[in-house]
Design a protein around this ligand. Structure first.
Ligand SMILES: [Zn+2]
Length: 479
């Protein structure tokens, strides 16, 4: 399996470049000077690619910018003072250089522009130039995110690209092998880094079957209860932190079919009456934000994904019959295909033989919860590998590789996948986190207190780190 890492895509470029028709319209409305102020930043916007914007005054180009009738360049400080005393859109928009005022004064000027909503084109242009005057526009948009949102709602036409790495949308296909079968899940979410949080929005479109009422509020509550327990903390300066806040809600990231009754959920199918919903819905949410399963995995996948060693097998003294059981399983699954039989018939004989071995050793198969290895099954898998050099689970998967009833008219072996999972999963590795089997977590273990572990939210601390560009940001449980 090829592990795939989340890739951050550049945010949508909603750059409101002013077309010639719009410029002409503004010229008729407001005269050439105001238009030159509006157009200048549009040119400046062309170069930076979602990064830090230039700190030079937006309207520095035209020599007559803001000049009174006499043709003498007026001091922007004077213009700003006039804006604060007159408190009109015209006076605010007439300021030729917003870099001469402080952050707080820029915010106050934006407040003046917000007094009339929606914003007129000159007010929107002034708002954009004010935002561009911050020394680091993405950082200002993050620190003053509430003001950014208000300007955006009021029609300031702020391009999302100005948020830089402070916002983004990620989507990719997750591929993994669980109990010997390949699975995919679609990952999709948006994020935004504000002054005190990184908010991760995951949008759902539920598609209920006839008669089904989606318990949306309860499900979103389960997700928030399970996932919202971490803060990214800068280890270099622990006063710096961002809550990692997941916000499931209506949206287009994920289409999920909702069935009536109960059943086994997956990332694209939920069940209305799922009694395990407090765990299953947050588990599927984990896939939607990019996480792999931590149950019924190979040792190598488990080490990579769960970042821990598999539990130890029982000792030779505790499981003296492990080598013998391994030999019996080998004999069952390696039964050869006869010359005149179909592949399905050979698979069926192997299934029967493996059933007989396993029925003699029910202690190898865990039933509550199902398919979880124990010390003895790990000893058998270790003995098998020592004797034959290959993984026991992988040999079962390849020797019993399809439903023997599937190829003919007989399709009654409907529980083949469940059977195979039972045989294979117990020889694999499962964690006790939300992405494994949280019901297995023992009291007093970290997973018992937090089924979500720091590794599961680390990517979001990394996004904070990448955006702020300093320190060492690590997720820590906050409650
Ligand atoms: Zn899963």
């Amino acid at each position: 399996m090829v592990p795939r890492r989340p890739t951050s895509l550049p945010p949508d470029r909603g750059d409101p470049d002013l077309g010639p028709g719009v410029v002409l319209h503004f010229q008729q409305l407001t005269g050439n000077r105001a238009v030159s102020d509006l157009v200048a930043p549009a040119v400046q916007r062309e170069s930076p690619d979602g990064g830090v914007l230039a700190t030079t005054p937006a309207a520095a180009g035209p020599t007559d910018g803001g000049a009174p009738a006499g043709g003498v360049q007026e001091d922007p400080h004077v213009q700003a003072r006039r804006a604060f005393s007159e408190r009109t859109v015209d006076a605010v928009a007439a300021v030729t250089d917003y870099t001469v005022v402080s952050d707080g004064e820029r915010l106050a000027l934006l407040e003046l522009l917000l007094e009339v909503a929606p914003m007129s084109p000159p007010a929107a242009g002034a708002a954009r130039r004010i935002w561009q005057a911050f020394p680091d526009v993405p950082l200002a948009a993050s620190d003053y995110s509430a003001m950014w949102e208000r300007c955006d709602v009021a029609g300031a036409g702020l391009p999302e690209s100005w948020l830089g790495a402070g916002a983004g949308h990620t989507s990719f296909t997750l591929e993994e092998n669980v109990h010997g079968s390949d699975f995919v899940a679609e990952v999709a979410y948006g994020y935004r880094i504000t002054r005190d949080a990184i908010t991760v929005k995951v949008g759902y479109t539920f598609m209920p079957n006839a008669g089904v009422t989606v318990p949306e509020a309860a499900w979103f509550g389960f997700i928030r209860n399970t996932w919202n327990h971490y803060t990214a903390v800068n280890q270099v300066d622990r006063t710096q932190m961002r809550r990692i806040e997941f916000q499931p809600g209506p949206g287009a990231d994920h289409a999920v079919v909702v069935h009536a009754g109960t059943g086994r959920a997956n990332a694209g199918e939920f069940y209305q009456d799922d009694v395990g919903a407090p765990n299953t819905i947050p588990h599927e949410f984990g896939h939607h934000i990019g996480l792999e399963d931590e149950y019924e995995r190979s040792a190598a996948d488990f080490r990579r994904v769960a970042e821990q060693d598999p539990a130890a097998p029982a000792s030779a003294a505790d499981a003296p019959d492990a080598p013998g059981i391994a030999t019996d399983i080998r004999g069952a699954i390696m039964l050869e295909e006869h010359l005149f039989e179909t592949h399905g018939t050979a698979v069926e004989r192997r299934m029967g033989a493996l059933n007989r071995v396993m029925y003699q050793h029910p202690e190898l198969i865990q039933t509550a919860p199902t398919n979880v290895g124990n010390a003895k099954s790990r000893a058998v898998a270790a003995a098998y590998k020592a004797a034959y050099g290959t993984e026991l689970w992988a040999d079962i998967a390849s020797q019993i590789d399809r439903n023997p009833g599937e190829s003919l008219l007989n399709t009654t072996v409907g529980n083949f996948d469940d059977w195979r999972e039972t045989m294979i999963g117990g020889f694999q590795v499962t964690s006790t986190s939300i992405m494994g089997m949280p019901e297995l977590a023992a009291a007093g273990t970290p997973e018992h207190d937090h089924p979500v572990q720091p590794r599961h939210v680390r990517h979001f601390a990394e996004l904070v780190q990448g955006f702020l560009g300093h320190g060492r940001w690590v997720p820590e449980a906050d409650h």
